[in-house]
Ligand binder design. Sequence first.
Ligand SMILES: C[S@@+](CC[C@H](N)C(=O)[O-])C[C@H]1O[C@@H](n2cnc3c(N)ncnc32)[C@H](O)[C@@H]1O
Length: 238
Amino acid sequence: MPADQPRVNPWVRRLSLLWLNLRKPFVEKRARRLVLESIDGIPFLVFPEVLNPVLFRGGSLLARTVAGNPFAEPPQGVENPLALDMGTGSGAAAVSAARRGFQVVAVDLNPHAVRCARVNALVNRLEDRIEVRHGDLFQPLQGERFDLVLFNPPFYRGAPRDQEFDLAWRGEDVLERFAKGLLKVLKPNGRALLLLSTEGDGHSLLRTLDDRKLAIQVLERRNFGNEIMTVYGVEKRL
Ligand SMILES: C[S@@+](CC[C@H](N)C(=O)[O-])C[C@H]1O[C@@H](n2cnc3c(N)ncnc32)[C@H](O)[C@@H]1O
């Protein structure tokens, strides 16, 4: 596990939360309604019941890392590289992976997210490269193994208040169940990109991953004041 687990400066966090509170009315206007967003010119419709990847920053950071980081490059010599976008939400990371050359399976438990990601595959003319499935974590998979697995998980602990929007924030044992299943769905040279925040309990995912079998590195990190988001790269140890 990376030794440099980031820490937010408590004073900066307080100021930043004050600023976020002032912006709340504007944020709320965009958060729970149908909006058209874009990440580096790539358009995304975000349904009201789905986490906005731009507004809440994690989705766009993950999508950009998938688009540009060498760690997420399709492996050489593999004819049809496969990616899994777990908890796809609006499908932003799935679109990035498909644009990079992966055939993508995207999964979400929120049925609105499934429809939203399908729409965004169509909007970006990637419907042949992205298949969106409904279900709980690895359950909708059909024995596939992946070259790349992506996950921006719910960071907070607890029972989700509904089976739609709140699923993006809260989970009881999603982190542990994902960590337990990850090795089984990675190809021998497969890699994973995990987006975690200093908010909530997301970093427990790294503690749960079996670090005898997996090597973890920091790929991207952004300090937003109230929270620090990090994209970790995970691969099997040789
Ligand atoms: C933090 S959001 C990330 C959404 C999107 N990937 C992004 O980065 O903008 C977490 C996503 O995981 C989904 N999710 C939560 N629990 C899940 C589960 N058990 N199985 C599949 N998806 C789940 C939520 O519905 C939500 O879309």
